[in-house]
Design a protein around this ligand. Sequence first.
Ligand SMILES: Cc1cc2nc3c(=O)[nH]c(=O)nc-3n(C[C@H](O)[C@H](O)[C@H](O)COP(=O)(O)OP(=O)(O)OC[C@H]3O[C@@H](n4cnc5c(N)ncnc54)[C@H](O)[C@@H]3O)c2cc1C
Length: 398
Amino acid sequence: MDFRFTPKEEALRKQFDEFYREEMKNAPPEWGTSFEAIYGSDECWEFHKQTARKLGARGWLSRPWPREYGGEDAPLIEQFIFSEVQGYHRGAGVDPLGVSVLAPSLLVSGNEEQKRQHLPPMARGERFWCQCWSEPGSGSDLASLSTRAVRQGDDYIVDGQKIWTTGAHRADWCNLLARTDPSQKRSRGLSFFLLDMKTPGITVCPIRSMEGSHMFNEVFFDNVRIPARNRVAEENQGWIASQMSSNFERSMINVFSFCKREMEELVEFCQETVIGGKSLAHNPFIRHRLAQLAIEVEAGRSFAYSVVWSQIRLGLVAAGPMAAAAKVMATELNQRLSYLGCQIMGLYGQVKESRWALLQGKFEKDYQLCVGLNMGGGTSEVMRNLVCSLGLGLPRSW
Ligand SMILES: Cc1cc2nc3c(=O)[nH]c(=O)nc-3n(C[C@H](O)[C@H](O)[C@H](O)COP(=O)(O)OP(=O)(O)OC[C@H]3O[C@@H](n4cnc5c(N)ncnc54)[C@H](O)[C@@H]3O)c2cc1C
């Protein structure tokens, strides 16, 4: 087994790294570590958009896509390297619900007109998306959703409510799952739509997260008209279309590299902080905890490498249980890391905007934010169920 990257891949890594090292110097002071960084303030959102356009001009948002839609047909491993660098720098500019989530589905399930309309603006970093899937009664059990889309001539009329819609207050477009046939059971009666957020009848209401930022929203649809040409795939086939994606890595490498960076900052803090004449780095309890963290970060990183290797060699479906395992591993590691940061900093770690604040209260804020990462995109329990049923061949639990 050879763990080295090729000279071309190393050169790319250097380019990505140099870009983000410079770019993130311009980030607003409140730029954070999760979705709150992108959507939380007007300044952060502007910075995110500017960076997206710079990435778009370099072709880095869409490297694995086919050339005709703004991509470069680049190998998956190059996308992986970009994600690792981006995660390490907490880099702006990658639309998490657009280029990362919708585009792969559209590449497989969209028709030619839809691909030509939406993929190039995403590749240029000019069009931003949100995902209107979850509802108050339908999260893990998404197939039970009840928002209705009723065919009327060349349009569909949509009525219903979505919740936890990340970035709906910023997005230009949303991808929507709605029920087109209530007589069909669960996922079989759902359709998948692309919807301009400026369409009359859409109301976006903020939900504040527990650390105070505005990332999430409720979205209400009242007689919203969607042209039928904006339906992706056949009517009632939306479930399969929305779940399909090709040529995209799902290794969580960006979360592992983000954890690596956070760990480095924590180590630096312990080296520099002197209590009772000795730096925290001398404290045996702290040393052991940092060593454990370093082991987990390195193990996670190696696991992400093996996930992407499996995706390249065996395909996305075969590597599905590994990708689910990587999500559990990465998001739970992130939680342990934030918790350790809070423990080491003690009560001063909770203080912000004061000379007494330790790292501007960053770890305490991260601890509140990281809870959500375990849930978004599928909870740890649901991911473990996938590992059981798809990976271990155990019976499904639901
Ligand atoms: C950071 C973040 C971003 C999000 N962004 C979006 C977004 O942009 N668009 C969107 O549509 N949604 C979004 N969501 C919603 C997210 O998809 C749901 O929160 C998630 O699917 C869980 O659904 P729920 O909150 O309704 O919890 P529930 O499904 O009610 O689950 C409650 C608890 O029960 C457990 N559970 C449920 N079913 C099972 C089972 N079969 N076996 C074992 N345990 C089970 C869950 O793991 C969880 O602990 C986001 C959520 C978060 C936290």
